[in-house]
Design a binder for this molecule. Structure first.
Ligand code: PHE
Length: 349
């Protein structure tokens, strides 16, 4: 027969400490260490297994076994604490030894930038702000009154053909605005002269080709005060052209018809590419001029619609397409490029 059972059990228990130390000696990782600790001290670990045998011992022997178990538990826990310290010291050492060039620039996330049309809109607003124009806005879904009627385009007016639009609902009274001129009407209905506003915004028309889109952006201007003359209009537009397209560019008015202005004009600027010097210029097609918008003196019938005394004040109005301004400045040939969201396009501006 070997030793009596109690002594053997105590020895086996105490031996666990050495076995544990041997097992964890090569470990370099906290997780592995914790797993080893659980294998020895966990609910189903080696120590618990040995302790099961305590039940068959005479009660007088049990305290010795319990003491041994406590001792080995403490030993193992101390060993774990020691190992943990060593592991973290090792990790720190490895971190410090790693070759890192702290002078290298960090990785940055690329910043986006404003869309070309947003850039152009903001720039135009800033240019007109220099002359005292305020920005005014209005709804894109408009009434027939604000979009046509008040602008001297009654229901049967032929000028409506050029601004066919999208109607909303059953009646013909609600529509997607075809220009931002209704903002001028809304402004004059709520405020009295002197007025100087610009109305940038999205408008809609039944148009679709490389230079026209069913949805596009306009910027219109309105100035009403005592003694406003056509030369004021020309001066304002000249300032805009020279600030936006380049100094020295000239301007010309060509007589034209818009129901809401009299006299009315198409506005051309000198070709910013050839300055009128090349008969084969692709931008101006050899004409030397580029059309940039429409303009004129506010028709007295419009003042009448909004309750302004046309004998006391006068005013001018103008309108232009933002996309066209961007296209002329940057040589963009297809208006759709501005809406497709292709980054190869967007990044160029
Ligand atoms: N509202 C006109 C259009 O969209 C532009 C314009 C504005 C013309 C003011 C003359 C005066 O076609």
């Amino acid at each position: 027969m070997g030793e009596p059972e109690p002594s053997r059990l105590v020895e086996e228990i105490l031996a666990l400490g050495e076995v544990f130390r041997g097992e964890v000696a090569p470990l370099k990782d906290e997780q592995e260490l914790r797993a080893a600790q659980a294998r020895f001290l966990g609910k189903k670990g080696s120590l618990s297994e040995l302790m099961k045998r305590m039940g068959s011992l005479p009660p007088a022997e049990r305290p010795r076994v319990g003491e041994a178990a406590n001792r080995v538990k403490q030993l193992i826990e101390e060993e774990v604490a020691r190992k943990l310290l060593r592991i973290s010291a090792l990790r720190r050492k490895r971190d410090l030894e790693r070759l890192v060039d702290v002078t290298l620039p960090g990785r940055t996330t690329p910043n986006g930038h404003l869309h070309i049309l947003t850039q152009v809109r903001r720039e135009l607003c800033a240019i007109f702000a220099e002359l005292g124009f305020e920005v005014a806005t209005g709804p894109q879904v408009e009434t027939d009154f604000h979009n046509f009627e008040a602008l001297a385009m009654p229901a049967d007016h032929p000028a409506r053909d050029m601004q066919d639009t999208f109607y909303v609902g059953d009646g013909a009274g609600t529509l997607l605005r075809t220009h931002t001129s209704p903002v001028q009407i809304r402004t004059m209905l709520t405020r009295k002269p002197p007025l100087a506003i610009i109305a940038p915004g999205v408008v809609y028309r039944r148009d679709d080709d490389p230079t026209h889109s069913p949805m596009f952006t306009q910027l219109e201007g309105l100035c009403v005060d005592k003694g406003i003359r056509m030369s004021d209009l020309k001066g304002v537009l000249l300032h805009f052209v020279q600030r936006f397209f380049g100094p020295g560019l000239g301007l010309r008015f060509r007589a034209s018809y818009f129901p809401f202005v009299e006299p009315g004009a198409e506005v051309d600027m000198r070709c910013s590419f050839c300055h009128g010097a090349r008969s084969d210029c692709r931008l101006c097609k050899g004409s030397g001029w580029l059309e940039i918008g429409g303009a004129g003196m506010v028709d007295p019938r419009v003042f009448e619609q909004v309750g302004i005394d046309a004998t006391a004040v006068s005013g001018f109005a103008f309108g232009m397409g933002l996309e066209r301004m961007a296209m002329l400045r940057h040589g963009i040939h297809d208006i759709k490029l501005a809406y497709e969201g292709d980054l190869r396009f967007a990044r160029q501006f």
